[in-house]
Design a protein around this ligand. Structure first.
Ligand SMILES: *[C@@H]1O[C@H](CO)[C@@H](O)[C@H](O)[C@H]1NC(C)=O
Ligand SMILES: *[C@@H]1O[C@H](CO)[C@@H](O)[C@H](O)[C@H]1NC(C)=O
Ligand SMILES: *[C@@H]1O[C@H](CO)[C@@H](O)[C@H](O)[C@H]1NC(C)=O
Ligand SMILES: *[C@@H]1O[C@H](CO)[C@@H](O)[C@H](O)[C@H]1NC(C)=O
Ligand SMILES: *[C@@H]1O[C@H](CO)[C@@H](O)[C@H](O)[C@H]1NC(C)=O
Length: 949
């Protein structure tokens, strides 16, 4: 009994060790088996975070925990790791050898920690590291050899630390032959004093936000640097003039208050067209013209004049910067762009004037044309009005960003002439009304963004000229009404965003003209609400091509009810968002039409306790992702997900599920990801199967090994004790096997003890059925059945038969002898039973060999049963030899019979034999004679000896 159970338990243990799936503090990224995220777990100990991650992991994010300490070989079981992000922890101490064995790691992010010291062997083993992020720590010193193992490092970010000894930094960089990018911004470096040169391949150097004043470096120290950021220091022009920058392609020296660019340009150590002119206080037309005189005739791709305090640009100020392709004037104080007359139109292709004080865009009907201008961005200004023809001077404009302004009113022809415009952004303004003529000429517009304005009604034909529009974003307005036919004319519209408005009713006619092209429809957070599920409403019935429909979060109380037929016609729908709607009474036919659905979100639809109707998902055979988070589900019927055989990801987070029947997962053969986090699972025998499944399935169960029992928070679900359940099972098992065992023991005993009795009784029963019990004595076929042993056959045939059968033929007894009278071909036992039954008496010829014989013993026994059955003595015993009682004791059955019965012994003396036969005959015939009458004294014997037979 014990062994099999032990084996079973051992087996379960083994299985759970091998295939368990789910992690204590990490989530394997859905559909990316080698990516793990262990964020916001408030974990202090690195071991408890990473110990259960498989060795195949390649990308690991452990940011936003509270880990303080990284011991040696923290990740030695993850040799394939390529990317490790430990940002936003509280690391202070990283032991030497902490990253040992991470020989495949290429990116290491240790930013936003409190590391103040890097011990010597910290990076040992990182032989393939290419990027190291150490920004936002507390480093003030670098050990000269600390980076030595990082032979392949290309990027190093040391910004936002407390480094102040530049010489020490350069020394530590010496082994980094491959280093290309180095950031040392926001440290405490005041001079570039150095004893060594920079790594030969270093080309990008950020030294912004330090305390650099006089650089004090060797003349050629920075000669190989291609990109140099010296902004936010206190560098003077004379100091920079001592440094050779002839190979530098980009230099920024913004916000160095004592830097005089004019002075510098008199004797520059870098070609002037490679300087970024931002933050140099070039706030007058004079200064700007001077700069442009240095740039005259020189190719300049980006003319950056950001943050120069410019508030006014007279005509032709930048005329000499004629080769500039992109001009950026952001973060100045310009109030007016004056039809861009300050610019040279020849090559300008992109103009950015963000974060200024622009108020009004005037008509530019007669202004100089900018034939190359393709893109304008006036974001983050204060534009409130756009005059008609404001952009006629840029006829080839493709992108126009007017978002984040104060635009209230769009003039009638404000965009006229922009027939090449593709993208128009008007979002985050104050527009209240849209008129059909505003967009009339924008034939090639593909994207129109009007999000976050104050539009309240969309009238018919508003967008009629936009025949190539693909995306229309009207989200975040105050739209209460969308008139029928509002979207007519947009022959290509495929994405329509109407989210965050106040639409209360939608009807099919709203989408007139775009029914065939519409693919994405966003109606999130409107005011749709239905009160009766008996209503039959089919607003989407013609939207056969919509594949994405968003309806979550209807205000203020949610959609509550989904009317009948609501999703009718959405035959192409793949993604349906219905979360945050407090849905009740989801009928089991709501989703019946949506046979192509792959994503269904019903999250946060809690409206009191509810359970999903059993057939609700029956047609969603293609569903891959089902989100049922926080729906207040308390139980799931076993076949609820039966047809979801393609489901990959199931969110059941935050429901009231105490038990989960694992039958619900039976048909989800492709399930990869299951979230049952924050369900109050109880650790009772009802969940025994779930626990077992959780330990052996190939599905990732989110934080599987951190789920606690709702009935005992100190116990983990995955390991709660199921022995009690097993005990019950064992008890049942024990009882049943005990019963079985007993049966097994009893049956042979019963079988051996009363086989014949059973057999005989069976026979009796059968014959009773056939011909009733022959109670009539005369119906006996034989007078006696003779039971004897073959060894005594001679005596029976030669002595007994003539005496009993042949003597007085008329009165001769009919004897049944098995050798003679048994029917051939019948089972011998059946023959015996039959013969005993058909004979009035059974005559046993007892000898020593008879006693030893099995058959004889059986025959006698059968006869004794007949004795009990008929309440009549049927047994006549003849003893052929004198067998003393003690010898009989081994044959206790015979002994029992003998103790009850009298018997006749075969006398050796021939005289006595006559009496013997007479007694036998009498016994066989009479049957009613008392047994003691058969006890014949020797006198009687002599008397009887004279009797004829
Ligand atoms: C880890 O690296 C050390 C030395 O660098 C080596 O002895 C050990 O075998 C490695 N362990 C594994 C698991 O690769
Ligand atoms: C490093 O971490 C910071 C902070 O979380 C993050 O912004 C940055 O993108 C990360 N860098 C890389 C390369 O992962
Ligand atoms: C910056 O470095 C100077 C010495 O160079 C030191 O006196 C000062 O305390 C440092 N400041 C910070 C914030 O570390
Ligand atoms: C910046 O440098 C000038 C001299 O070039 C000096 O007078 C001034 O005090 C410095 N400012 C700061 C904040 O160090
Ligand atoms: C499981 O899915 C198959 C088809 O994928 C379906 O025939 C079977 O009935 C489903 N099982 C249950 C229990 O519904």
């Amino acid at each position: 009994m014990k062994y099999p159970l032990v084996i079973v338990q051992f087996g379960a243990l083994f299985v759970s060790l091998v295939t368990s799936y789910g992690f204590r503090n990490c989530i394997q990224k859905y559909r990316s088996a080698t990516t793990f995220q262990c964020m916001n777990r408030h974990e202090l100990d690195i071991h408890s975070v990473v110990s259960d991650i498989p060795s195949t992991a390649k990308i690991l994010t452990i940011s936003r925990n509270t880990i303080r300490y990284l011991p040696c070989r923290s990740f030695s079981h993850l040799p394939q790791l390529q990317n490790l992000d430990m940002s936003y922890n509280r690391l202070q101490i990283v032991d030497s050898g902490a990253f040992e064995n991470l020989s495949a790691l290429s990116d290491l992010n240790l930013s936003y920690n409190n590391i103040y010291n890097l011990s010597l062997g910290v990076f040992h083993g990182l032989e393939r590291l290419t990027q190291l992020f150490l920004h936002n720590n507390a480093l003030f010193f670098l050990h000269p050899e600390v980076f030595r193992p990082l032979l392949t490092l290309r990027s190093l970010n040391l910004s936002s630390n407390h480094l102040n000894n530049f010489s020490n930094v350069v020394l530590a960089l010496q082994p980094l032959n491959q280093l290309k990018n180095l950031s040392l911004c926001t440290n405490n470096i005041s001079q570039l004093i150095h004893n060594h040169s920079l790594p030969g391949n270093l080309s990008t150097l950020f030294l912004c936000q330090n305390h650099l004043q006089d650089l004090k470096c060797h003349q050629d120290f920075l000669v190989k640097i291609k990109y140099l950021d010296l902004s936010y220091n206190n560098i003077t022009s004379s100091s920079l003039q001592k440094v050779n920058l002839r190979n530098t392609n980009y230099l920024t020296i913004a916000s160095n208050p004592h830097f005089n660019i004019s002075t510098f340009l008199e004797n520059p150590t870098i070609p002037p067209n490679r300087i970024d002119y931002s933050g140099l206080n070039l706030n007058t037309a004079y200064k700007l013209r001077e700069i442009c005189s240095y740039l005259r005739g020189k190719e300049i791709s980006h003319l950056n004049l950001i943050q120069n305090n410019i508030n006014f640009l007279p005509k032709a100020t930048l005329e000499n910067c004629s080769s500039s392709v992109q001009v950026d004037l952001s973060h100045n104080r310009l109030k007016n762009v004056s039809c861009l007359m300050f610019l040279n139109p020849s090559k300008l292709s992109a103009l950015t004037i963000e974060h200024n004080l622009l108020k009004k865009l005037e008509s530019c009907r007669k202004a100089t044309i900018f034939p190359e201008l393709k893109s304008i961005s006036f974001r983050f200004n204060r534009i409130w009005s756009i005059d008609s023809h404001a952009f006629t001077n840029a006829p080839n404009l493709k992108v126009l960003n007017l978002n984040i302004n104060n635009i209230i009113f769009l003039g009638k022809y404000c965009f006229s002439g922009l027939s090449n415009l593709r993208t128009l952004r008007l979002d985050n303004n104050l527009i209240t009304d849209l008129y059909s003529n505003s967009f009339l000429h924008l034939r090639n517009l593909t994207t129109l963004n009007l999000r976050n304005n104050r539009v309240s009604v969309i009238f018919e034909n508003t967008f009629q000229g936009l025949e190539n529009l693909i995306i229309l974003d009207l989200g975040g307005n105050k739209i209460t009404q969308v008139k029928n036919g509002s979207f007519i004319g947009m022959k290509c519209l495929s994405k329509l965003y109407l989210d965050l408005n106040q639409i209360k009713r939608i009807s099919g006619d709203m989408f007139n003209g775009v029914e065939a092209t519409l693919q994405v429809l966003d109606l999130q957070s409107n005011k749709l609400q239905y009160l009766s599920s008996r209503q039959y409403i089919t607003p989407f019935s013609k939207l056969h091509n919509v594949y994405d429909l968003k309806l979550p979060g209807q205000q203020p109380y949610g959609l509550v009810i989904i009317p009948r037929g609501f999703f009718k016609g959405l035959v192409s729908l793949r993604n349906l968002y219905l979360g945050y709607n407090r849905l009740t009474q989801l009928g089991n036919d709501v989703f019946d039409e949506l046979t192509n659905l792959t994503y269904l979100n019903l999250a946060e639809d809690c409206n009191g306790v509810q359970n999903l109707s059993p057939g609700i998902f029956k047609n969603l055979v293609k569903l891959k992702f089902l989100d049922l988070e926080n729906m207040c589900i308390e139980s799931l019927s076993p076949d609820i997900f039966a047809s979801l055989s393609n489901l990959r990801r199931l969110q059941l987070t935050k429901n009231g599920l105490k038990q989960i029947d694992i039958k619900i997962f039976e048909n989800m053969t492709k399930l990869e990801y299951l979230d049952i986090w924050k369900c109050p699972l109880t650790c009772t025998c009802d969940n025994k199967d779930l626990q077992r499944w959780l330990n052996v399935s190939h599905v990732q169960i989110v934080y599987a090994y951190n789920i606690t029992c709702s009935n005992n928070n100190s116990v983990l679900f995955h390991s709660f004790d199921t022995h009690v359940c097993d005990l019950k099972a064992k008890l049942i098992l024990f009882c049943s096997s005990f019963f079985f065992l007993c049966l097994l023991t009893i049956i042979p005993i019963v079988y051996s003890k009363s086989y014949w009795r059973i057999k005989y009784n069976y026979f009796l029963f059968i014959s009773w059925l056939h011909e009733r019990w022959k109670s009539d004595k005369d119906l006996y076929k034989y007078d006696a059945f003779v039971s004897y042993n073959t060894q005594d056959e001679d005596w029976v045939y030669e002595t007994m038969l003539p005496m009993l059968e042949r003597c007085h033929s008329s009165k001769g007894l009919r004897l049944c002898l098995h050798h003679r009278d048994f029917q051939l071909g019948r089972d011998i036992v059946d023959n015996i039973v039959d013969s005993i039954h058909d004979s009035r008496k059974t005559l046993c010829v007892v000898s020593r060999s008879y006693l030893r014989s099995e058959w004889c013993s059986m025959e006698m026994q059968l006869a004794s049963y007949k004795l009990f059955d008929e309440m009549r003595d049927v047994l006549v015993l003849i003893f052929l030899e004198d067998i003393p009682l003690r010898e009989l004791s081994t044959y206790h059955r015979m002994r029992k019979v003998m103790l009850k019965k009298t018997y006749i012994t075969w006398p050796i003396a021939p005289e006595a034999q006559k009496l013997f036969w007479a007694k036998v005959r009498k016994a066989l015939r009479g049957g009613d004679i008392a047994d003691d009458e058969l006890l014949i004294t020797d006198d009687e014997a002599s008397l009887l000896s004279n009797l004829p037979c």
